[in-house]
Write a protein that binds this ligand. Structure first.
Ligand code: NAD
Length: 386
């Protein structure tokens, strides 16, 4: 099954669509057969990354735009040859139920709005791709999962690193145990938040973000340690530091660091901050080597080095196109769901445990749960060879 999915991935999923030569017409998914996506929220991520990524997608296409400012959508609709009826406002969002062009609703709103719009889209009979973090509370995340089950629709969380070649190469190297057992994973994910940027204003609001830097950037490290090791932490200890004189941190913590203990004996050390220079890096120390990804989770320009073994050559792809194509193939029944809502809920639980431990001055918090990743990205998502 894995081989079949892998082979099909290369020819049908638009994997590496940005850089692979054009595939044959017979294999290419025809425009009209592509899965139509409604993008909800025309902020930074949508305008700068997702909408441009449809140009590189093979299975996904832009079908509708949902915005509080329709004037933002006119030019995009024209460029993508969408009728004016494909522009929705939040007030008439539920009209999507009667729009057959929309099969997937991609929620790209501030975190506190994810649950409401995900549940409304599921009730309208649509599949949902929801940005990370899936919600701001565990209760909301559970309601989203229940709504997807009730509607019998797919709910995927947008963990783009599950589809990113550098991260996939590292996962495969670690699964192969060529460097021996992994002993330590270190993840550092943060940046300086800008309170004058409306896109950061809600991230500095505890209710709207659900956890400041931790839920915005730290989540890459929490998820990353788990997918690199392919196991789940059983305990966490965390600490926080907040510069109370800095007006950015009236509500949210400025920096967190934590240590996860994994059943294999590996330790995961993480940090996140809205008060250090931009970094999205990680490294794994194994018995006979070290894997460093710095940067490891940027949109582009990621760099991998392996000490103690050969460094795989990585070809860059459009991560967003590939992720949307994967969702489209899941909807068509041609690929397994990788980034499940349960995966998103597991990160919500772990981030809450980090916050709880930090609030208790580094107390040990048990994180053992029944969650086991059912599909390992390393086993099913294709690599793009250099
Ligand atoms: P943004 O603030 O730039 O965009 C949010 C959009 O929601 C804006 O168009 C805004 O007008 C709209 N909106 C509607 N109602 C709003 C309200 N009540 N308050 C504030 N905005 C409202 O944010 P963004 O950077 O595009 O992030 C959106 C989501 O995408 C977040 O969940 C974020 O975590 C996620 N994200 C993911 C990645 C990734 O790499 N996967 C990168 C960036 C952001």
């Amino acid at each position: 099954m894995t081989t079949d999915i892998s082979r099909r991935g290369l020819i049908g999923l638009g994997v590496g669509a940005a850089i692979l030569p054009a595939i044959s017409v017979a294999q290419a998914t025809k425009e009209k057969n592509r899965v139509g996506f409604a993008i909800v929220g025309l902020g930074k991520l949508s305008l700068d990354q997702l909408i441009p990524a449809f140009r590189n997608a093979r299975s996904a296409r832009l079908a509708a735009l949902v915005t509080g400012h329709p004037e933002k959508a006119y030019g995009i609709a024209e460029e993508h040859r969408l009728p004016s009826s494909a522009i929705y406002t939040y007030a008439d969002f539920d009209r999507i139920a009667s729009d057959p062009a929309i099969e997937v609703v991609y929620i790209v709103l501030p975190n506190f709005m994810h649950a409401e719009y995900t549940i409304r889209a599921l009730k309208a009979g649509k599949h949902v791709l929801c940005e990370k973090p899936m919600a701001t509370t565990i209760g909301d995340a559970e309601k989203m999962i229940a709504a997807a089950r009730q509607a019998n629709r797919h709910l995927m969380i947008a963990y783009r690193c599950h589809y990113e070649p550098l991260n996939l190469a590292a996962m495969r190297l670690l699964r192969s145990a060529k460097l021996g057992k992994a002993r330590l994973v270190v993840t550092d994910m943060g940046r300086q938040a800008d309170p004058d940027d409306p896109s950061d204003a809600w991230r500095l609001d505890m209710m709207k973000s659900g956890g400041g830097a931790l839920t915005d950037m730290g989540i890459y490290g929490v998820n990353g340690a788990r997918y690199l090791l392919n196991e789940e932490p059983i305990e966490v200890q965390a600490w926080s530091q907040t510069d109370k004189s800095d007006p950015r941190f009236r509500e949210v913590v400025d920096s967190y660091s934590w240590q996860f203990r994994f059943p294999s004996g590996a330790i995961g050390v993480g940090s996140t901050s809205f008060n250090y220079a931009a970094t999205m890096s990680w490294r794994v120390l194994s018995e006979r080597g070290k894997i460093t990804a710095d940067p490891g989770c940027f949109y582009s320009g990621n760099r991998l080095t392996v000490a103690g073994g050969a460094t795989p050559q990585i070809r860059e792809i459009d991560q967003f196109a590939r992720e949307m194509d994967w969702m489209a193939e899941v909807v068509r029944g041609r690929a397994p769901m990788v980034s499940t809502a349960e995966e998103g809920l597991q990160d919500m639980r772990l981030m809450e445990a980090i916050m709880e431990s930090a609030a208790r001055g580094g107390a040990t918090v048990a994180t053992k749960s029944d969650f086991h990743r059912s599909v390992d990205p390393a086993a099913v998502v294709d690599m793009v060879s250099a």
